[in-house]
Structures are given as structure tokens and as C-alpha cells.
Design a protein around this ligand. Structure first.
Ligand code: OOG
Ligand code: NI
Length: 455
């Protein structure tokens, strides 16, 4: 095939993200309401703050804002995870980061599939947080084996999706027609099925081992469990959810509200109780399942390892007193702890706490030798260069655990003594996960080189 007739992975990702969003809006109408609410909040925030709009425009973030989403899925076996890696590769999405949730009482570990290049992120940063069940954490040996057998027997991909993945790998791309077909077929893997594949008794047994285990094992595939639009003001979005009577999570996960947003703040509406049918002949042939929800996120500055270490220690301090981070004065403790985190871009940048993207101003473009004469700080002070925050594209394990917990229903808290096991995860994935810091550092360095300053 002629390469020029192929669709780029970025284009396929955008088609897929749109199709996924349409499907989820049909499946969970409340998600549609959430999208409307977020686009209203974003329009109001941009109208109030023209400098924010200009900054987002400079860093390519404005165009992608309305299309921006992340989703999450949970799979059961190494084979499923490895095939997902190949499926996401068709859309230019690579595994980035390793997240161990067992320490937080959720028997999974995870990665995020997402684009890694600056240009691809600017096109559409669609990400899928993908968890792999750690079956070894089921204590009851008989139940563990039953779950493994159920998972081994299922096929979560359509034959045509598998064929198109192979086609992509061999031809190095897909034609527009193949890409359309690929999106339709791939969507099948993430669709909700209200018929459980196991008996009510097995469902109940897995549910009592951990609600998440039942969610992964008892259905035909890894239904998308939420999709998340990005808001520019999560506090306003949280208030708007409450004002519209949407059952929002009590606490916003992540850092407190700041002048310069860092990392990721998240809130969600609680998972729906959905009817489930069990195979005919089962004594109890109907029940409910709680798994699918809607989430909102606000993204800010990507932190360096130094900034991240400071974030982790301040967050730990705020959470110390109650562990769960859910009492009324948590917001006040969080804000107090984060007093120590600088909150202006200049200090964040000079102290090496976050990654910045540099660009020439009109004056800088008019006088390249002047830019090259000094260092970055001189060039910024002279109005030749701007430094805008690099957006955090990843996830936060403590926040993710909070999102998992508040949406499984049942309010249970488990403790697993298990160690993080990145090697086992990568073996299952069939690849190493990218280091997120390396990706941000490269974006920063490339921007420095592009303005004529050393990277
Ligand atoms: C994933 C929860 C993690 C996030 O935004 O941190 C997540 C899940 O519930 O499967 O999506
Ligand atoms: Ni999420």
C-alpha cells in the first residue's frame, strides 16, 4: 500500500476517541450532561481570563481542549494486556508509567496508554488508564483458579480487530477504510454488556473477594468504566455538578486549588447501579452492578522528580491524620500543607520543580542573536522568550486509588501486603513502560533548542 493513502495513528486515535465518547454518551447519559457542564465552565473561564486563553493557544492546548478525554479499563490476563498494547499502538498510544494500586487496597497494577510526542499530544492527547488484575491476590485458591479459568476462556477482541492489528503491524499503517473498520471493531471490546458470563453465585463469591475482581472477571470484556473531559476550573465544575443534583464525590483528589495548577485534580460522579442479568436457569437471574461513572479533571504543570517528591511528601502530610482524606477539614489541611509549594511560574521554573516549554516572542523572533547572547532567564527578562507550563499528561496513584474506591460501591477497604511488581507487569505487557519524566524533559529540551538556547 502507498503510505500516502494511510491514515496517521493520530487521525485514527481521534476517530476512536470520538466514537468512544459517542458510545459512552449513549450508554451513560449522565456523561453527556457532564460534558455540557464542562464546556460551559471552560467557556466562562476562558472569557474571564484572556491571558489563560493566550497561554493555552501558545502551547497548542486550546485546540485540543474540547476533544480531550481520558478513559479507564481493567483487564484480567497478560494476554489481554499484551494485545491491548498492540491495539493502542495502531492509534499512536504507548504505555507510560507504572502504577501500583495494591498498596492502596486495590488488587491491580496499571499503566496509561497515551501519545508521547509533543505534536501528537497537541493533536489529541486521548489516554486510557489500563489496569491488570493481580489474580494472585485472591486468597481463596479455588476461587482464584475459577477466576483464572473464566478469564482464560474469554476472547475480548473481535477476529476482525485482531486481523486489522496484524495488518497495521505488517503494512505500517491502515487505509482510511481499514481505519474506520478498525475503530468499529475495537469499540466492541469496550462496550458494556449487561449479561454476566457467570452464575450469580460465582459473581457473589468474586464480589466478596473484592468488588473489582467481580467487575473484571464476570463480563465479556473490559467495558470502559468512565470517560473524563478536562476542565479549566474544577472547583466551578464541582459546584455546577452539585447545583444540578449530580451525586458528586465529596473530595477533589490531588493538589489543592492554586494560582498555578500542578499535576492533576480529579472529581467524579458516583458509579451507577446497573441491572445485570445472569445466565438463564440461575436461581437469581437478575441483580445490579456498580462500576461505571463519570469523571472531571483539571490538568496543570508537569513536575520534575524534585517537584514530584515535594508533592508526594506534602500530600502524605495532609493525609496523615485520617488516612482516607475524606473528613470535612481535609481541604483545609491540604491547603495548609501546600503552603510550602511555590505558587508562581517563575519560582517553580527557576527552582526546577516543573517542566516549561519555551517559545520566542515577536521581539525574540526579530532578534535571534539577542536571544542566543544570554541564558534563558535573561531572554525571558528581556521579553524575548516566554515559558509556559508543560501540561501533565499522566495520572497519580493516590488519586487513582481514591477514584477506584469511591466508585466500586460498598465502601470496603482492603489491605494487600503485596509489593509493587513492575517486572511482572512489563512481562505481561510484553514491553517496558516509558518513563514519564523523560518524556517531559525532552519536550522542554526540544523547545529550548528551537528558540536557539542550549537544551
Ligand atoms: C481507574 C481509576 C484511575 C484516574 O483518573 O485516576 C483513573 C479505574 O477505576 O479503573 O481513571
Ligand atoms: Ni480517571
Amino acid at each position: 500500500m502507498n503510505a500516502s493513502t494511510q491514515l496517521s495513528p493520530d487521525e485514527i486515535r481521534s476517530l476512536f476517541a470520538q466514537a468512544m465518547s459517542r458510545m459512552y454518551r449513549d450508554e451513560v447519559p449522565l456523561y453527556g450532561a457532564l460534558m455540557e457542564l464542562v464546556s460551559e465552565v471552560n467557556a466562562a473561564t476562558l472569557a474571564d481570563d484572556p491571558s489563560l486563553a493566550a497561554r493555552l493557544q501558545r502551547s497548542d492546548a486550546l485546540d485540543r481542549l474540547d476533544a480531550e478525554r481520558h478513559g479507564a479499563i481493567r483487564v484480567g490476563t497478560p494476554r489481554e494486556l499484551a494485545t491491548l498494547r498492540r491495539l493502542f499502538a495502531v492509534m499512536g498510544m504507548q504505555p507510560v508509567g507504572y502504577y501500583d494500586l495494591a498498596v492502596a487496597g486495590v488488587p491491580v497494577h496499571a499503566t496509561a496508554f497515551r501519545p508521547v510526542e509533543a505534536a501528537a499530544l497537541a493533536r489529541n492527547p486521548f489516554r486510557v488508564f489500563t489496569s491488570l488484575l493481580r489474580l494472585e491476590l485472591i486468597e481463596d485458591a479455588a476461587l482464584r483458579e475459577e477466576a483464572a479459568a473464566i478469564l482464560d476462556a474469554r476472547e475480548i477482541f473481535t477476529p476482525r480487530a485482531l486481523a486489522l492489528i496484524e495488518r497495521f503491524e505488517q503494512a505500517g499503517g491502515l487505509s482510511a477504510d481499514e481505519a474506520d473498520e478498525f475503530v468499529t471493531e475495537a469499540l466492541e471490546t469496550f462496550r458494556w454488556h449487561s449479561e454476566a458470563t457467570v452464575s450469580h453465585a460465582t459473581y457473589q463469591a468474586l464480589l466478596s473477594a473484592h468488588r473489582l475482581i467481580a467487575d473484571v472477571v464476570c463480563f465479556r470484556g473490559p467495558h470502559i468504566n468512565h470517560l473524563t473531559p478536562r476542565t479549566l476550573d474544577i472547583d466551578a465544575a464541582q459546584d455546577a455538578m452539585q447545583a444540578r443534583g449530580i451525586d458528586a464525590k465529596a473530595v477533589i483528589e490531588g493538589p489543592p486549588r492554586r494560582r498555578c495548577p500542578i499535576l492533576l485534580r480529579q472529581t467524579s460522579f458516583k458509579a451507577l447501579q446497573e441491572p445485570v442479568l445472569f445466565p438463564a436457569g440461575d436461581s437469581a437471574d437478575a441483580g445490579t452492578h456498580t462500576a461505571r461513572f463519570g469523571e472531571i479533571e483539571q490538568r496543570g504543570l508537569a513536575l520534575t522528580p524534585k517537584g514530584r517528591a515535594l508533592y508526594d511528601s506534602l500530600l502524605a502530610r495532609a493525609r496523615e491524620s485520617d488516612g482516607a482524606g475524606s473528613t470535612g477539614d481535609y481541604a483545609a489541611r491540604l491547603a495548609a500543607a501546600f503552603d510550602e509549594f511555590p505558587d508562581d511560574d517563575d519560582t517553580l521554573r527557576r527552582d526546577g520543580l516543573g517542566y516549561y516549554r519555551y517559545a520566542l516572542t515577536d521581539a525574540g523572533r526579530a532578534d535571534p542573536p539577542a536571544v542566543a547572547r544570554g541564558n534563558v532567564d535573561d531572554a525571558i527578562a528581556a521579553g524575548l522568550v516566554t515559558a509556559d507550563p508543560v501540561v501533565y499528561e499522566d495520572f497519580l496513584p493516590v488519586s487513582a486509588a481514591g477514584i477506584f474506591q469511591s466508585n466500586l460501591g460498598g465502601g470496603e477497604q482492603r489491605a494487600y501486603a503485596a509489593q509493587a511488581n513492575r517486572d511482572a507487569f512489563e512481562a505481561a505487557l510484553g514491553a517496558k513502560v516509558h518513563d514519564e519524566f523523560g518524556i517531559y524533559a525532552r519536550i522542554e529540551r526540544d523547545s529550548l533548542m528551537a528558540v536557539g538556547l542550549e537544551g
